[in-house]
Design a protein around this ligand. Structure first.
Ligand code: ZN
Ligand code: ZN
Length: 297
């Protein structure tokens, strides 16, 4: 594009980009996505920070682009209780927050649900604890964001994450979860999400963090090898290789069908308070309470 040596080939766009242009390209998509949130001076956002590259970028972008506009940025980290993995991530998250002067809170599965993911995996007899882990994480992040009075919960989900989720829910026939994947407005105790990296492929997020010299927690969760998501990830990368733009197409599909799905009462559009914990749910008891019962001793 500019005569500098390329560090990135965007096959889906056909562009060869140097380091500078690769970064500008990420920033352009991030700021465009952030503008859609229509945040105002005095609003609070809570960024979910695990310490991985995606969440570190989300935090840094929120601080860079939202804070100067008078939006207050805070950070929350979920400690799932995975002894060989989580402490290093918390450390990375804490050090970015300290450097950026962002208030940082750590919330723990153990405190909220009485169980760590290490214990849960034993009780599931070695099966991946990914589904309780995901349910607990979403519940804790939403609760923390609501308690902070946040206008948005910012997460680091990138294009690959989102495309994987679309494909996974289609493969499982889970239209209700597909309905909850897209953008939604605040309702009944549910804080709306903000996903500034949703149009940026994982590889480009990693390149951006690397070019900026940001410290990130690069380990993979020890339970990820057992997860269904891993197979979907590999399949999707193969499809993308053969047909560049597949991930974009999956996200475009979500954006087209999601508004109609979200209004569909049979897909859990109506929320009420969980009879056990009071968190928003489409049934009588929330998934987190049901899961906690299953994996607790
Ligand atoms: Zn260039
Ligand atoms: Zn509940």
């Amino acid at each position: 594009m500019c005569g500098q040596p390329a560090v990135l080939l965007q096959r889906y766009s056909g562009a060869h980009l140097c380091g500078e242009h690769a970064q500008r390209s990420v920033e352009k998509r991030v700021t465009k996505e952030m503008a859609r949130d229509k945040l105002r001076r005095g609003d609070v956002v809570v960024v979910a920070v695990s310490g991985g590259k995606d969440s570190v970028c989300a935090l840094r972008f929120a601080r860079r682009y939202l804070a100067p506009a008078g939006v207050e940025v805070r950070a929350v980290t979920v400690d799932e209780g995975i002894a060989s993995y989580r402490p290093a991530g918390i450390e990375v998250a804490a050090s970015h927050c300290k450097e950026l002067d962002v208030p940082h809170e750590v919330v723990r599965d153990r405190d909220a649900f009485g169980v760590t993911m290490d214990e849960a995996s034993q009780r599931l007899e070695g099966a991946a604890p990914c589904s309780p882990c995901g349910v607990f994480r979403r519940t804790l992040l939403n609760k923390a964001a609501r308690e902070h009075g946040a206008a948005r919960l910012v997460t680091g989900h990138n294009l690959d994450d989102l495309a994987q989720s679309v494909l996974m829910n289609v493969l499982r026939g889970d239209a209700a979860r597909l309905a909850r994947l897209g953008r939604h407005e605040a309702r009944d105790g549910l804080v709306p999400r903000s996903t500034p990296l949703r149009m940026v492929p994982e590889r480009e997020v990693a390149l951006y963090a690397h070019l900026q010299g940001w410290a990130v927690h690069n380990e993979e969760c020890p339970y990820a090898v057992l997860a269904q998501r891993r197979g979907v990830r590999d399949t999707l990368l193969e499809l993308e290789e053969r047909e560049p733009g597949t991930r974009h197409a999956l996200v475009a599909f979500l954006d087209k069908v999601q508004p109609a799905l979200a209004r569909e009462p049979s897909l859990g559009a109506e929320l009420r308070a969980c009879l056990t914990c009071g968190e928003p749910t489409s049934g009588e008891r929330c998934q987190a309470c049901a899961m906690a019962e299953r994996v607790r001793a």
